[in-house]
Design a protein around this ligand. Structure first.
Ligand SMILES: C[S@@+](CC[C@H](N)C(=O)[O-])C[C@H]1O[C@@H](n2cnc3c(N)ncnc32)[C@H](O)[C@@H]1O
Length: 293
């Protein structure tokens, strides 16, 4: 597992960047420049996390004021790609939250089995560890052959790693434990090949996964889904962007389709709250209602 989960826990207002009106103005102008130049709307990212990322970027670029980053947006064609890497927190793991994966395995997968074909969207898949986890559980349920998994992210570097399905051997012991706690029934090592100090997941799993760029800030529905996982992504967005993304998610789901969020994410106060019911699993697994209230 990648170590630094602290970025995801950045609920406390960052003390790093000053909160005075000049800094706020500089930050707003920087975000506006990004929006105008690249169409990426970070104005609706949660401010505390955003400020931490911008601070890191300033340190790396050797700048003392946020406003010094604005010319980089306009004139340095490579800067924005570096900034995207700053903004994209790709912390993830296989069978992350095994209790949740166990519930998925025992309660949701049997319901998916009732459909002749199954579409799953993993939005914000980072480097793909969770995507392979789902593929393994579906394979053990005998459903992978009739499933298509769409795994998307706006970070192309992460997507490349996800597509390669190549992970450090050092993480595998923990992943194997998570797999067993999630109700995995086979031998975990059957799903990958080891070479030196890394492992590569089987092409049988990869065949069923389409990795693609999708930016939740601006891209919309692209297929009809039975299950959507969007875990540990909404925490980076403010309520406005959360609503926008949740509306795309809801529009992408079939009636009675499932949505899985991260354990610190909820649809409770969102604009789509009435379209979903919490499943009996009492976890962050929601089901789209046939008729919204
Ligand atoms: C912390 S990771 C979560 C990975 C995985 N879902 C999990 O829970 O283990 C957050 C991911 O969301 C992606 N992300 C953030 N903003 C996004 C956006 N606007 N569109 C698509 N992906 C985004 C990041 O690039 C990153 O890979």
């Amino acid at each position: 597992m990648k170590k630094d989960f602290s970025d995801e826990e950045d609920e406390i207002e960052s003390q790093l960047l000053s909160d005075d009106s000049t800094s706020k103005l500089e930050l707003n102008l920087f975000l506006e420049a990004i929006y105008q130049q690249y169409g990426y709307d970070f104005r609706h990212y949660a401010r505390s996390s955003l400020k931490r990322r911008v601070q890191n970027c300033m340190e790396r670029e050797n700048k003392s004021q946020i406003s010094e980053l604005i010319p980089c947006i306009i004139h340095d064609m490579y800067f924005f790609d570096r900034f995207l890497q700053d903004m994209s927190i790709t912390v993830t793991a296989m069978f992350r939250d095994p209790v949740l994966f166990k519930s998925l395995n025992e309660n949701i997968i049997p319901k998916l089995a009732t459909y002749p074909t199954i579409n799953i969207w993993h939005a914000g898949c980072a480097t793909g560890e969770e995507v392979y986890s789902i593929a393994i559980l579906l394979s053990e349920a005998g459903l992978l052959d009739r499933t298509r998994i769409y795994a998307t992210d706006y970070n192309n570097h992460s997507l490349k790693k996800a597509e390669a399905g190549n992970y450090p051997l050092g993480n595998i012991r923990e992943y194997a434990e998570n797999y067993r706690s999630s109700g995995g029934m086979a031998t975990f090592s059957d799903y990958y090949e080891q070479s030196g100090d890394s492992v590569t997941f089987s092409s049988k799993l990869k065949e069923k996964i389409t990795f693609a760029h999708h930016n939740l800030m601006k891209d919309g529905v692209f297929a009809e889904m039975h299950l959507i996982l969007c875990r540990n992504v909404l925490i980076y967005f403010d309520q406005t962007l959360q609503n926008k993304v949740l509306e795309v998610i809801s529009d992408s789901l079939i009636h009675r389709g499932f949505l899985m969020l991260g354990d610190r994410e909820s649809i409770e106060f969102s604009s789509v709250a009435k379209q979903f019911e919490q499943t009996y699993t009492k976890m962050r697994i929601y089901r789209k209602k046939l008729y919204p209230d």
